[in-house]
Structure formats: C-alpha cells, structure tokens
Write a protein that binds this ligand. Structure first.
Ligand code: HEM
Length: 474
C-alpha cells in the first residue's frame, strides 16, 4: 500500500466536508448492504465518502485497506478527541451516535492507557475463559442449563411442534441470562437494558437517553459488587484493578454488555441462519462437530459487527483514491471487506478463501481479546448446538432474502428468526423444574424452580412485546 508518512495532503485534494455524500443508511442498505458496498466501490474505489446520519465519514470498503486501518494503531487513533469535526464543535450535539462514543472505555483508548485497560479485562475474564477453572466450568454448565430451561418452557408453552422465533424466544433471553450470571447482577438486568443497547448501537432517536440509562445501570452494579464481591466478572475487574472508580467500572461493563449480550446474541442468530439456509454439507459439518467452521462461515457472510468503530487519522495520509486529512473519521467495514475478499477474481485470493480470514473479531491491537473470543465461541457453539440437538426438524418459515434485519450503522443482526420446529422424541426436554431463583428471578441452573420458569416466561413475554412492537430509526 502506498504511504506518504510525512506528506501533507495536496491543496487540490478534496477535503471530506467538500464532497457530495449520499446517506449510507437507506432502505437499500437494510435489505442489501452488499449491493450498496458494491455500488460505492464501483464509484469511489476502496474508500468512499458517505453520510452517516448527516455527518460525512470515510467508509473503508476493501479488505486490504480495512486491515491496514485496523493494524496501524499509531496512524489510526481510537481516542475521539482526535476527531476534528468534534473538536471544532461542528458535530450536532444530538447526533445519535455521539452518546455511545462519548463513553470513555477501553475501546476508545490508545497506547499505554489502552494496553493497561486491556490487561485488566484480560485478567478478569481469565477465570471464565475456558472450562478448566471452576468458574469457567460453572459458566458453561449454566449456559447449557439456561438453554435447556428455554426448551422446557417452549415445550410447555407451545408443544412439541409448532412455530417460534429463535431470536426473541431463545437467543435473546439466553444471552440475557448469561450476562446476568457473568456480571453478577443481583438486580434485574432486564429486557429494557437490552433494548437500550440496541437503541444506542442503531442510533435511534432515543440513543442518548438510552445510553445514559444503560450506563447508570452498570454503574449501580459496579457499586454493588464493590460492596458485596462475588464470583463474577464485575468483582474480578475490581480485583484486577482496585483503583477503578464505580463510574469507570460501569463504563467498562457497559461495553462488555454490548459485546456479550447484543453482539454474541447476533452471532448465535447469524450462525443459526447459516445452518438453516445451508445445504446438506453445512448441516453435516455441524453434526460432525465442526461448529467452529460454521461460526466462521457465518462471521464471513454476516459479521455481527458489520462496521467497526471509528478511527481518526493522526496525520494526513492517502488511503484508496483519497487523501484523508489529520482528524478525519474513517469507518472500517468488516462486512464490505468480506465481500471484497470473496469477490470472484479478487487479487487477494486464489480459488478458495479460508473462512478464518474473516474480520468478525476485528484485527490489530483492538481486536476482540482472546479470552473474550474463547468465551464467546463457547457460548455460540453451545447455543447453536443445543438447537439442533433438541429439534428433529427445524426450518425457516420465510425465504432467507425476506428475513428482517435491524437497520443501523454498526450491527448486522436479525430482528426475527422465525422457524417451524419439531422437538426430537429421542431427546426429550426436561420437565418444568422446581427449586430456587436468583434475586432477579433468573433461573439458577443449580436449583431451578417453578417460579424461575414463571419469571423466564415473563421475560419472554416482554421481549416478544418489545421485539414486535418497537422500531428504531436508522
Ligand atoms: C461472537 C461474539 C463477539 C464478536 C463477534 C466480537 C467482535 C469484536 C470486534 C469486531 C471487536 C473490535 C472492534 C473494533 O476494532 O472496532 C471487539 C472488541 C472487543 N470485544 Fe468482542 N466480540 C464478541 C464477544 C465478546 C465478548 C463476549 C466480550 C466480553 C465479555 C468481548 C469484549 C470485547 C472487548 C473488551 C473489545 C475491545 C477491545 C479493545 O478495544 O482493545 N467481546 N469484539
């Protein structure tokens, strides 16, 4: 790639603000993002100026350029204070994506500060990373038990065959239970928090207040776990860095909640879709235990973090066919890069592309931490695996190209994943169990109860209501 490390942009190179830009988030983008990326690439090359909710940004489309931006952290900064438009006060105060970017946490740090924060997270996630520690083992047992609980509920409510939404009635409640458990939430980490994370990521009209609410909930949790430590991520973060204030810890939890809850949930749904629409080979590879390969395929086809976080140019630099000026914002698109990678005749690949080349976890110094990837991989594998163990038959009730996707600049996630199912006779679901519940009513796998099932039903009901009743702007 051509670099001009010390050159300033030539005077005749058009600044981002001077270029006419088309809005990225259109109904065409909702239904066919690949088509939109392709059109932009044909018009502008590997980097395109686009409007993001009224603000011009550089969208990075090609695999090679995206990788360069992700890997070169000294040139492409994460700290929002590098953003010239913001520093000059030209960003609308109510710009829907601003609230999330103003939450200062690991993702938006650079250099030593970033390394230290990442180290803290790594130590705190360590005990949960794999099944070899008691905490890791228990968390995995919890994931299995929660999934089983949801199937028991489905059988009790809807019978052994029927219709269901695998997103609203399985994946989202499952991830909510897991987040509650991993974070050590004594209070309701309810469906409203999930929806607030959506509102923030999708940049709906309520994004600002939604960010504030989710952050406040996480700060309360931080304060609680400081007073009453437990065997959970919140307490381990405090142990790894006792100097964290409740507010700082709340901000870190907030970001981790986005990934654990929303992004991991979308990875589950996107992987389920990959299998459901897949041919016999995909299904066979799943039954042969090659779930990792299926997850990689799904990450390549539909990475849940479709467009990664903004980066800001530390100095003038040429990228694609444009000069990016110091302080300009760029949006590296993993989804567009994947289309570039898979394009027939791409100079980057020969006849086959390794599915592991995907950028679903990011790349470079801000890549998803290994402990988080390990944990997320296990959750996705268990959640997806359970579906195909319990169902003898499961098929989409809509053609894949008619499935409704969320609209927004960051996440590629399904609103619904409607299926027709038949529960397997050879793998009966558990009976509705009896026992205890946690303070927030989420079923405890060690002592699940009748009231826990009631609570889970309530959770499902309200999630369904929110899923079908709400619509965020994009
Ligand atoms: C399948 C699920 C997941 C996917 C697809 C995913 C994807 C990603 C991606 C793409 C990034 C980089 C974003 C960028 O560079 O702009 C990232 C960063 C991050 N992820 Fe994950 N993630 C997942 C699960 C998790 C989980 C479960 C956790 C924590 C419990 C987590 C914690 C983080 C953190 C802390 C960062 C920021 C790292 C940094 O800036 O240094 N992720 N993740």
């Amino acid at each position: 790639m051509e670099h001009h490390p010390f050159a300033a942009a030539p005077a005749d190179a058009p600044p981002l603000e001077s270029l006419p830009v088309e809005p990225l988030l259109t109904s065409a983008f909702d239904t066919d993002p690949a088509g939109v990326y392709g059109q932009l690439r044909r018009t502008y090359g590997p980097v395109a100026p686009v409007g993001l909710m009224g603000v011009p940004v550089w969208l990075v489309l090609d695999y090679r350029e995206v990788l360069e931006v992700l890997r070169n952290a000294s040139l492409w900064r994460r700290d929002i204070r590098y953003w010239r438009t913001r520093a000059e006060g030209r960003l609308p105060q109510d710009w829907p994506l601003l609230a999330g970017y103003e939450v200062r946490q690991t993702m938006f740090m650079d250099d030593e500060e970033h390394l230290a924060a990442r180290g803290t997270l790594h130590s705190a996630l360590g005990p949960f990373q794999d099944g070899r520690t008691p905490q890791g083992w228990e968390l995995r047992a919890n994931v299995v038990a929660y999934a089983d609980e949801l199937f028991a509920l489905l059988a009790a409510e809807s019978g052994s065959a029927g219709y269901m939404d695998l997103a609203a009635q399985y994946t989202r409640p499952l991830l909510l239970m897991i987040t509650t458990r991993l974070f050590g939430c004594p209070v309701e980490l309810g469906d409203e928090m999930v929806m607030d994370l959506w509102r923030m990521l999708d940049g709906g009209p309520d994004a600002g207040p939604a960010t504030g609410r989710a952050l406040a909930a996480m700060t309360r949790l931080a304060a609680h776990r400081r007073a009453v430590p437990g065997d959970d991520l919140t307490s381990y973060l405090l142990l790894a860095d006792p100097s964290l204030s409740d507010e700082q810890l709340g901000r870190e939890l907030f970001m981790n909640a986005v990934y654990l809850n929303d992004i991991t949930g979308n990875m589950v749904c996107n992987t389920l879709l990959e299998v459901l629409r897949g041919n016999a080979t995909v299904r066979r590879s799943l039954s042969a235990g090659l779930i990792g390969e299926t997850v990689n395929r799904a990450a390549l086809a539909n990475p849940p973090v479709a467009n990664l976080c903004f980066r800001f140019a530390a100095r003038d630099v040429r990228l694609g066919n444009f000069w990016i000026r110091a302080g300009d914002v760029v949006l590296p698109s993993a989804a567009a890069a994947h289309h570039d990678l898979m394009a027939i005749g791409s100079p980057l690949v020969d006849s086959t592309v390794s599915t592991r080349a995907h950028l679903g976890w990011g790349a470079g110094p801000h890549q998803c931490p290994s402990a988080a990837r390990e944990l997320a991989g296990q959750i996705v594998a268990t959640a997806v695996g359970r579906v195909f163990e319990y169902f003898s038959k499961v098929e989409l009730t809509l053609p894949p190209d008619q499935l409704p996707w969320r609209s927004g600049p960051v996440v590629r996630g399904l609103r619904l994943l409607p299926v027709r199912y038949e529960l397997s006779r050879s793998r009966p679901v558990r009976q509705v169990p009896s026992g205890r519940v946690t303070a927030n009513g989420v079923p405890r796998p060690d002592a699940p109860s009748r009231s826990s099932v009631h609570h889970a039903r309530g959770l499902l009901a309200s999630l369904r209501h929110l899923m079908f009743g709400s619509r965020k702007g994009g």
